[in-house]
Design a protein around this ligand. Structure first.
Ligand code: SAM
Length: 263
């Protein structure tokens, strides 16, 4: 790596609460160096430490690149002090160029997808368990093109945290399934067991039927309260018949991870 893009985080008053490891973050910066995207979408921002590193990277590379960051929450509830989503970016604003940066909080991808445009790079770091990112990928059909680089974190979430191993085996890591189902060149850090991966899409959009197959495993309950937002957007994008297939899968798998009450 020619540059230390993490140095921006040393300017924070406290240690960054970012979730991505330094190594994985630098790997993504390496992709930004290599592919020189003009438009990046980040989904899953949390306190914004990783976002600040992307902005630092874009700035140091002198790229003409817009970063749009989206998080469904307003607050990073599970982080110390419950900071606002993206708060670390704003704490570092004197050291970052925020002209080409937009943060959208409290929004799900299906609610805003029509106003986002097409991206050269998309970094998804949200739920990791089915249906999780699969539904977002489906909703981003018109926001990708040939050669869009799709990055997915926590591709093997079940095995990632030894203390949660049994609990996490109740769910299915969706991000590895997404990588396995799409056509394109696969990208991984050069380590024994990568936690993150990517793909350079070789088509203009997704193979939605293969993405549907990804959903035929145990689901977490995360989607239940957001179901209508995702499903109505997916119906608009892929049609009634596709939604009917999705509804069947939903009925079969929605509670498969939980007891009879669905909890
Ligand atoms: C693992 S954290 C992201 C970490 C961040 N990339 C980092 O490196 O610090 C997951 C974030 O995704 C957000 N999230 C969860 N589900 C989401 C969804 N469906 N759409 C957008 N954001 C979501 C959560 O609010 C949370 O802030």
């Amino acid at each position: 790596m020619s540059n230390n893009y993490l140095d921006i985080l040393e300017k924070l008053n406290k240690k960054s609460q970012k979730s991505l490891s330094d190594e994985n973050l630098l790997w993504i910066c390496g992709l930004i160096e290599k592919y020189r995207p003009r438009r990046i979408l980040e989904v899953g921002v949390s306190t914004g430490g990783s976002t600040a590193v992307y902005l630092n990277c874009i700035n140091k590379l002198n790229l003409d690149c817009k970063l749009i960051s989206v998080d469904s929450s307003e607050v990073a509830f599970y982080k110390e002090g419950k900071p606002l989503i993206g708060s670390e970016v704003y704490e570092l604003s004197a050291h970052l160029n925020l002209e080409n940066f937009e943060l959208k909080t409290g929004k799900l991808i299906p609610e805003i997808v029509d106003e986002l445009g097409v991206f050269d790079m998309i970094i998804l770091d949200t739920v990791h368990f089915l249906p999780g990112e699969v539904l977002d990928v489906l909703c981003l059909k018109n926001n990708v093109s040939k050669n869009t680089v799709l990055v997915l974190d926590d591709i093997n979430i079940e095995s990632r945290y030894p203390n949660l191993y049994k609990e996490n085996l109740k769910g299915v890591s969706c991000n590895l399934l997404i990588l396995s189902s799409l056509k394109g060149e696969l990208l991984f850090p050069n380590v024994e067991f990568p936690e993150i991966g990517g793909i350079v899409l070789s088509g203009d959009d997704f193979d939605e039927e293969r993405l549907l197959l990804c959903l035929c495993h145990k689901w977490n309950s995360d989607i239940l309260e957001f179901k209508e937002k995702y499903f109505s957007k997916i119906k608009k994008l892929y049609g009634k018949e596709f939604l009917e297939k999705l509804e069947v899968i939903y009925e079969k798998y929605k509670f498969s991870n939980f007891n009879e009450e669905g909890r």
